[in-house]
Ligand binder design. Structure first.
Ligand SMILES: NC(=O)c1ccc[n+]([C@@H]2O[C@H](COP(=O)([O-])OP(=O)(O)OC[C@H]3O[C@@H](n4cnc5c(N)ncnc54)[C@H](OP(=O)(O)O)[C@@H]3O)[C@@H](O)[C@H]2O)c1
Length: 254
């Protein structure tokens, strides 16, 4: 049967942050679309949990790795390539979040945040854009945030990592176009996941109501972000590169 432009049937996609939240949902949705998924995170039990939630669970493979250890990413990419072969796409969902007033920000914390939120995906793209590591028409996706576009008290550290992603994808897209690799990012509004469910602005009912109001279409669900990934990974988006797709229920238009 002829597959349409939105089809992901038969593709191999690597998803980081696969043990939780948005990354977990991407794995579930991509598996439904006929993708073979390579799941990456640190926590094996939660990776295994994700795999059990996916259709055709046995065809997917997971790797436990600390992506903040940048020097180990080259070997990780080689191991994946040896076992699975070239990939058709990469969805970088691994990340950490914080609300931290400037006076509490220490150099070590900035270093940690840059490593996991920016450098891990950057160096994975470096590894997987080498010859033999990707298939023709590959698509690489980063998770930015509306905090890379607008500001909020206590979000300078998180926001600087997310703003970096938005600018990084533009130049990566220019450079990798010659290899026919597309690079884009998604900027979600607030999606309720373990990264933020215990933070006061979500856990406290009054604060949550204020936040809900800012999102004209309500708070986000992980499915909304996963579905955007489906589009960006598919041939339906073959003329889109270097872009930041804002998926925020109307937060940033006001
Ligand atoms: N949720 C939102 O409202 C929202 C909004 C905008 C943007 N985002 C972005 O979307 C991405 C996913 O967020 P989420 O809400 O799904 O978060 P989450 O539920 O907390 O999941 C974060 C994931 O990152 C992985 N991770 C963290 N540090 C890692 C490390 N050193 N090495 C390997 N994996 C690591 C975690 O896996 P392990 O614990 O197994 O290592 C986990 O799977 C993040 O980049 C976040 O900034 C989220």
């Amino acid at each position: 049967m002829e597959h349409g432009p939105f089809s992901l049937e038969g593709k191999v996609i690597l998803v980081t942050g696969a043990s939780s939240g948005i990354g977990r949902q991407c794995c579930i949705t991509l598996a439904q679309m006929g993708v073979t998924v390579i799941l990456i995170g640190r926590n094996r039990e939660r990776l295994e949990e994700t795999r059990k939630m996916m259709c055709n669970e046995d065809k997917h493979i997971y790797w436990s790795a600390d992506l903040a250890e940048i020097a180990s990413l080259s070997q990780l990419a080689k191991d994946i390539n040896d076992n699975v072969g070239p990939i058709d796409g990469l969805v970088n969902c691994a990340g950490v979040s914080t609300t931290l007033p400037l006076r509490f920000v220490e150099l070590e914390k900035v270093d940690d945040f840059l490593r996991i939120n920016v450098m891990s995906g950057y160096f994975l793209v470096k590894e997987f854009s080498r010859a033999g590591m990707f298939n023709h028409g590959a698509s690489f996706i980063f998770m930015s945030s509306i905090m890379g576009i607008v500001g909020e008290v206590g979000k300078s550290l998180y926001g600087l990592t997310k703003g970096a992603i938005i600018s990084m994808v533009k130049s990566l897209a220019c450079e990798l176009a010659a290899k026919k690799i597309r690079v884009n990012c998604i900027s979600p509004g607030v999606v309720v996941t373990p990264i933020n469910e215990n933070l006061p602005h979500i856990a406290n009912a009054d604060k949550r109501a204020v936040l809900e109001k800012k999102h004209l279409l309500g708070l986000g669900k992980t499915e909304y972000i996963a579905n955007t990934c489906v589009f960006l990974l598919s041939d339906a988006s073959c003329w889109i590169t270097g872009q930041n797709i804002i998926v925020d229920g109307g937060y940033t238009i006001q």
